[in-house]
Design a protein around this ligand. Structure first.
Ligand code: PEP
Ligand code: MN
Length: 336
C-alpha cells in the first residue's frame, strides 16, 4: 500500500506514520519528493486502510495488492480446470448443468433428466432445500429430494448439484451430490464457506444479489483458504434498478473475473433474467463472452412447476438451445 503524505508535512509526522506501520508488521520504503513524501508499506499483514487515512499528515492511501491470494492469477497464472468425474469446467471446457429449479416428485425429475441425458447433459441440477422469499412458498422436499436426484442421476449416468443452506447439512449432501451449490443468499455465510473449505468436493459458488465481484472472490478465498481448491464461480445476475428482468445479468463479470482469477466462472441465465424467452439469448451471450459453463433451469412441464416455471425451459427448447450453444462454443474455440 502506498501512503501519500500531505505537501510539506513535518518530519515528525512522517516518522509517526512510519512507526505506526512498522509496529503493525510492515516494512516502510520512503520516497521523498520536492513536495510530497510517499511511504510504501510492504508486508503480508492485513491492515484497515481507513486507520492510516486518519493518521496526522496523511493525504491518501492507495491499496496496490489484491486482498485475495489463492483465487488470484498472481498465485496461479494458468486456468483452473475443475474436473468433476470427467465433466470439465474451465480452460477451454464449458460445463453444462441443467434441471428443474426444485425437486418436486420422482416422476418430474425422471422425465426431465431422461430427456436431458439424451441431449448429452451430464450434470443434473435441482433444489431440495429451497431458499424462498416467502415462508409460505414451497420449501423443497429436503433429504427426500436429494435421494430422488441421486437415484435418477445414477439411472441416466449423470452427476448432481444441489444447494446446501446450512453447515449441519454438509454431511448429508456429501452422501448424495457431486457438486455442492452455495446460493446467492448464502454467498457471505462465512461459517458455511469455512466448512466447505474443509471438504474435498467441488463447490459452485453463486454471486450474491448485491455482491461486488471482489466480494464474490473473497468468498471463494474463504473456501480455498480452508484447503478446498475446487471452486466454480457463478454469475447469476445482480439486483439493479431495472424491474423488467428479475435481475440484471452482468456479462462483463465473465472477462473481469477471468482476468483477476484462474477459477472457472459459469453463468445462470435463468435466475439472471427470470424470463423464459430471455434464457436463450443470455446463454449465447455468456458463451461468446467466454463463460466456462452454464446452469439452466429445465422442467418437463414448466406450466405446472412449483417454483420458477416462468424462467424454466421445456426440454425441447433446451435441446434446440444446446445445439446452438455448441456451434457458438466452437467459434470461441471452446467445447462442451
Ligand atoms: C437456484 O439455483 O436454485 C437458486 C436459488 O439460485 P440463486 O441462489 O442464484 O438465487
Ligand atoms: Mn430457481
Amino acid at each position: 500500500m502506498l501512503i501519500v503524505m500531505k505537501p510539506q508535512t513535518a518530519e515528525e509526522k512522517i516518522q509517526g506514520v512510519i512507526n505506526y506501520i512498522k509496529e503493525r508488521g510492515f516494512d516502510a520504503h520512503v520516497s521523498r519528493g520536492a513536495d510530497h513524501t510517499v511511504i510504501g508499506a510492504v508486508g503480508r499483514k492485513v491492515i484497515d486502510k481507513r486507520d492510516i487515512e486518519l493518521l496526522d499528515g496523511v493525504s491518501e492511501v492507495i491499496r496496490i495488492s489484491s486482498p485475495y491470494k489463492l483465487v488470484s492469477r498472481v498465485f496461479q497464472p494458468e486456468d483452473t480446470i475443475i474436473d468433476v468425474k470427467g465433466v470439465k469446467f474451465g480452460g477451454g471446457h464449458i460445463g453444462m448443468i441443467a434441471g428443474p429449479c426444485s425437486v418436486e416428485t420422482y416422476e418430474q425429475v425422471d422425465a426431465t433428466a431422461k430427456k436431458l441425458a439424451s441431449y448429452g447433459v451430464k450434470v443434473l441440477r435441482g433444489g431440495a432445500f429451497k431458499p424462498r422469499t416467502s415462508p409460505y412458498a414451497f420449501q423443497g422436499l429436503g433429504e427426500e429430494g436429494l435421494k430422488i436426484l441421486r437415484e435418477v442421476a445414477d439411472k441416466y449416468n449423470m452427476l448432481v448439484t444441489s444447494e446446501v443452506m446450512e453447515v449441519n447439512q454438509i454431511p448429508m449432501f456429501l452422501k448424495y451430490v457431486d457438486i455442492l451449490q452455495v446460493g446467492a443468499r448464502n454467498m457471505q455465510n462465512f461459517n458455511l464457506l469455512k466448512s466447505l473449505g474443509e471438504i474435498r468436493k467441488p463447490v459452485l459458488l453463486k454471486r450474491g444479489l448485491s455482491a461486488t465481484i471482489e466480494e464474490l472472490l473473497m468468498s471463494a478465498e474463504y473456501i480455498m483458504s480452508g484447503g478446498n481448491r475446487e471452486v466454480i464461480l457463478c454469475e447469476r445476475g445482480i439486483r439493479t434498478f431495472e424491474p423488467i428482468t428479475r435481475n440484471t445479468l452482468d456479462i462483463s463479470a465473465i472477462p473481469v473475473v477471468q482476468k483477476i482469477s484462474h477459477l472457472p466462472i459459469v453463468v445462470d441465465p435463468s435466475h439472471a433474467t427470470g424470463l423464459r424467452d430471455k434464457v436463450a439469448p443470455m446463454s449465447k451471450a455468456a458463451v461468446v463472452a467466454g463463460a466456462d459453463g452454464l446452469i439452466i433451469e429445465v422442467h418437463n412441464s414448466p406450466e405446472t412447476a412449483l417454483c420458477d416455471g416462468a424462467q424454466s425451459l421445456c426440454p425441447e427448447e433446451f435441446a434446440e438451445l444446446f445445439d446452438e450453444l455448441k456451434a457458438l462454443a466452437s467459434i470461441v474455440k471452446k467445447e462442451f
